[in-house]
Design a protein around this ligand. Structure first.
Ligand SMILES: Nc1nc2c(ncn2[C@@H]2O[C@H](COP(=O)(O)OP(=O)(O)OP(=O)(O)O)[C@@H](O)[C@H]2O)c(=O)[nH]1
Ligand SMILES: [Mg+2]
Ligand SMILES: [Zn+2]
Length: 285
């Protein structure tokens, strides 16, 4: 038997569906994993031999909600309306992406329903984030999105109803997958997406249609480090009088001055203050 590398794309009780590039089929986990309690996740890079998974490679990142590993890119979806943009959630997801070494991209969807989204684009592009706009209903902006997905494992996240599944379905209509997959695979009626699965959209390109990433599990964010997750604050921190300045109550503060001079967005700063207090109080997100 020869050993082949692959990626776990789906888990069904004790069967692990692995795509080896040659084919995609179910494998069992070697008994060893059960004793070691090595839980195998969707997204895991593995070695298979015969009918079993023999080895799980170290993960770049792993998430609990949803249970998935090795995500390289996160498309954070915000709807222009219905539901209205939740910038607190957006900022928390950006922090979460940064903490897990995932490249974030902001996708403003449902641009057919409202024209009021220029401010969001301006605010976040100025910081340096990539922002794209889409209308999943009329398949607008999908080609651009599809290009960003090449050669990566990408997950979508964002509030329920923003259009994650609609965007994913559109990608499938754009992409002629090698295995002749159709968008039907993703039709789950009108139900909220509950399961985690990687869908192949090309060589080395997968998308995960997930229920969205929870920000509850940001274990590593400390209030005093929060400013480092706001990239636009960083150039001004050196102008703060005190090392370890929280940028909240201090008077001689470079960040606060930059907010006054409109070099930092007021809304982003307010959300920073809110998150800071929440983290100080030990509140969970
Ligand atoms: N007008 C319009 N409707 C959209 C667009 N994108 C999605 N919708 C609709 O919005 C509703 C919610 O879309 P979904 O794709 O199910 O949202 P979701 O983010 O997957 O939601 P959950 O699975 O609950 O997390 C559906 O009725 C979609 O048809 C869009 O760009 N424009
Ligand atoms: Mg969905
Ligand atoms: Zn400061």
């Amino acid at each position: 038997m020869i050993t082949i590398k692959g990626i776990v794309v789906k888990i069904n009780s004790n069967l692990y569906k692995v795509d080896t590039g040659l084919d995609t089929k179910d494998y069992k986990a070697k008994g060893l994993f059960k004793f070691k309690k090595t839980n195998i996740l969707v997204g895991d890079k593995v070695e298979v031999n015969g009918e079993v998974i023999e080895k799980v490679y170290p993960r770049v990142n792993e998430f609990i909600r949803p249970p998935i590993a090795n995500i390289e890119q996160l498309i954070i979806v915000v709807a222009t309306t219905n539901p209205k943009p939740d910038l607190e959630l957006l900022d928390k997801q950006l922090i979460m992406a940064e903490k897990n070494n995932v490249m974030p991209i902001i996708c403003i969807n449902k641009i057919d329903l409202s024209d009021y989204y220029e401010d969001i684009i301006k605010t976040y592009e100025k910081i340096g984030y990539q922002v794209i706009t889409t209308d999943a209903k009329n398949a607008v902006g999908i080609e651009k999105l599809a290009v960003l997905l090449q050669n990566k494992i990408t997950a979508f996240t964002g509030n329920s109803g923003v259009g994650k599944s609609a965007l994913t379905n559109n990608i499938f209509k754009e992409t002629i997958s090698e295995e002749g997959e159709t968008s039907e695979k993703l039709e789950k009626g009108k139900h909220t997406t509950k399961f985690v699965e990687l869908y192949k959209i090309g060589n080395n390109a997968y998308i995960a249609d997930t229920p969205g990433f929870s920000t509850f599990e940001i274990k590593d964010v400390l209030a005093n480090d929060l400013d480092k997750s706001f990239p636009e604050f960083i150039p001004f921190i050196s102008e703060c009088e005190f090392r370890g300045c929280s940028h909240i109550k201090e008077t001689k503060c470079g960040v606060k001055k930059a907010v006054e001079n409109k070099k930092i967005d007021q809304g982003r700063y307010e959300r920073y203050c809110k998150f800071y207090e929440q983290l100080k109080e030990g509140k969970k997100w």
